[in-house]
Design a protein. Structure first.
Length: 570
């Protein structure tokens, strides 16, 4: 009987197991299946685990989670596995288009994923051919067409392996390494190299007279900010249910100061507040089909394109149509469609490009946040950049599907990924309420926006002295790193990955990207290496695949393609 190991049981590993069982049932096959997950919450994984605080919010609307479809009833190996409801049915979700979108705490989705896995496991564990191993995999080796997996003191052998291990830590940056070394022998100074889990800051959140630096100004920073600010001294209160304007009310004086900073200092742009406003930026079905056809035509031919005009041009065409259709809801202008297309092309082609239709980023950070909130609320005309990135968000699923496993040059793949990463300030943007909370903390003199843009940082006996471009200074005694590692394969610290690299089992598609895989998820080996029965789905395949970070991609067609390919070759 064929034997497979699935290593990593977060959302992607869960769906891979479901699709595998479904494909096996359709082909009347039975195999031995071992699933490995070191956390105590298979299904949810570390990002969605249920024991995290409610202050960690999702950055995808509950409305958009309609992509988490029901699992149908499966009959496999003479046992029946009951269907499991869609997320919307499970959560009893309903919402009208004019009310603000809901962004639940991440632990709520974690409960759904955990329940979904447990119903599957409860059925499968009646089989001798299914095992769940709640331990860390130490090492993977390939020899004579078999894979050996070391876990604890045991070595287990498999015919096939699927890696779905998600986010992996990478080498610490020189800056963080210096900070950690400096603070090691100083009792009053603290460095946190990783932001999660935020519960590690439990002792800090209720201290008085404390100044905390937060490296990074993105979604993770907001999680840290919210966790630290919701404490024994104060909390947030929404004072306007239509705009979600918030205040931070203090019960007692704490003298907490939060100092976020990043290289560009630019804040996130919130998503539209409700479905009605969001639909203003939605491409038509015809536009999305045309976009997909154009991108796929380039991606799937061994094309000699030397830039990403093939991507920018169709996006510019859609966004120009949307911007003009916004009419008075867009910044006032007298340009025609082709002129708007040209401006958008220039904007997407160069971060340095500036135009009157684009939001002026030279205003204060506070004003910038206010402006983007007003656009998200539909209270002020949308700037062209806000419009473009909302259109981009709606095009992302089509882009991810059409461009993954592209046959273009590695440099073009990297350029496409870089542009998608640039979009994420808006396309992966937070809810309006999160940005209102930032302003509330500034108004309460708790969070400072004075040092957001690349401050000079000097180590002193009292901590980290930050100096901004106005020569203002502030000293922090705590530094929290909220910058999440990019999936650069050569920098990953995981022993599993380092061993596979050392043994020439895997190789990056590009030195700055992840593992090269085929369309069905299997690792592309070097010419002198036999094809391995090793498949990798998820973040470590970034480069071969794009869009790996989105929760809905964990339940997408790539997993279905892998399961079908695996069963077909049995």
């Amino acid at each position: 009987m064929n034997k497979i190991a699935i290593i990593g049981l977060g959302p992607r590993g869960l769906y891979a197991l479901e699709m595998l069982i479904q494909a096996l049932s359709l082909s009347n096959n039975e195999i031995e299946i071992y699933v490995f997950e070191e956390s105590n919450e298979p299904g949810s994984g570390s990002v969605w685990f249920t024991d995290q605080p409610d202050s960690n919010w999702m950055n995808i609307t509950e409305r958009a989670l309609e992509g988490l479809k029901l699992r149908p009833r499966i009959n496999y190996a003479n046992i029946g596995i009951d269907e499991f409801p869609s997320y919307h049915e499970w959560a009893d979700f309903s919402q009208t288009s004019m009310v603000p979108d809901v962004f639940p705490p991440r632990n709520q989705l974690g409960k759904y994923l955990k329940d979904r896995f447990e119903t599957l496991r409860n059925a499968l564990q009646r089989l001798d051919s299914f095992k769940t191993i709640n331990q860390k995999v130490k090492q993977i080796n390939f020899e004579n067409n078999l894979c050996s997996i070391q876990v604890g003191d045991d070595t287990l052998y498999f015919d096939d392996v699927l890696l779905t291990i998600g986010h992996q830590l990478t080498k610490v940056s020189d800056q963080l390494a210096e900070w950690t070394s400096y603070a090691k022998n100083k009792k009053s100074l603290y460095v946190f190299e990783d932001l999660y889990p935020v519960k590690q800051f439990a002792e800090l959140r209720n201290k008085t007279n404390i100044t905390i630096g937060i490296r990074g100004f993105g979604l993770a920073m907001i999680d840290a900010m919210r966790y630290l600010a919701i404490n024994d001294f104060g909390n947030f209160k929404v004072v306007d249910n239509t705009t979600l304007k918030s205040v931070y009310y203090k019960v007692n004086q704490q003298n907490l100061k939060l100092i976020p900073f990043s290289l560009d200092g630019l804040p996130l742009g919130p998503k539209p507040i409700n479905e009605h406003i969001d639909n203003l930026y939605k491409p038509t079905t015809s536009e999305l089909n045309t976009f997909s056809t154009i991108v796929q035509a380039v991606a799937q031919k061994k094309s000699t394109v030397n830039d990403i005009s093939f991507l920018i041009e169709p996006i510019a065409k859609i966004a120009a149509r949307v911007f003009i259709d916004l009419k008075e809801k867009a910044v006032k202008h007298e340009y025609n469609s082709s002129e708007i297309e040209h401006i958008i092309f220039k904007f997407l082609d160069s971060e340095a490009y500036d135009h009157l239709l684009l939001q002026d980023q030279s205003v204060t950070t506070y004003e910038l946040i206010e402006n983007y909130i007003a656009m998200a609320l539909g209270k002020s005309p949308a700037s062209l950049d806000y419009c473009v990135w909302q259109v981009w968000r709606h095009c992302q699923p089509s882009l991810y599907k059409s461009f993954s496993h592209a046959k273009v040059k590695d440099e073009i793949v990297e350029s496409v990924i870089n542009l998608d990463e640039r979009s994420k300030r808006f396309s992966y943007g937070p809810p309006v309420e999160s940005m209102q909370q930032i302003l509330a903390l500034v108004d309460a003199d708790i969070l400072s926006l004075d040092f957001t843009k690349d401050p000079e940082i000097e180590l002193s006996d009292n901590g980290w002295k930050l100096t901004n471009n106005k020569n203002q200074t502030i000293t922090t005694t705590v530094m929290i790193n909220s910058v999440l590692d990019a999936p650069k394969l050569l920098n990953v610290k995981s022993k599993i990955i380092k061993t596979l690299l050392q043994d020439d089992v895997i190789q990056p598609i590009h030195s700055k990207l992840g593992i090269e895989t085929t369309e069905d998820g299997y690792v592309v080996t070097q010419e002198n290496v036999d094809k391995l029965n090793l498949a990798i789905l998820g973040r470590l395949a970034k480069g071969s695949v794009i869009g790996v970070d989105a929760i809905l991609e964990c339940f997408g067609p790539r997993i279905e393609t892998w399961s079908k390919a695996y069963v077909d070759k049995l």
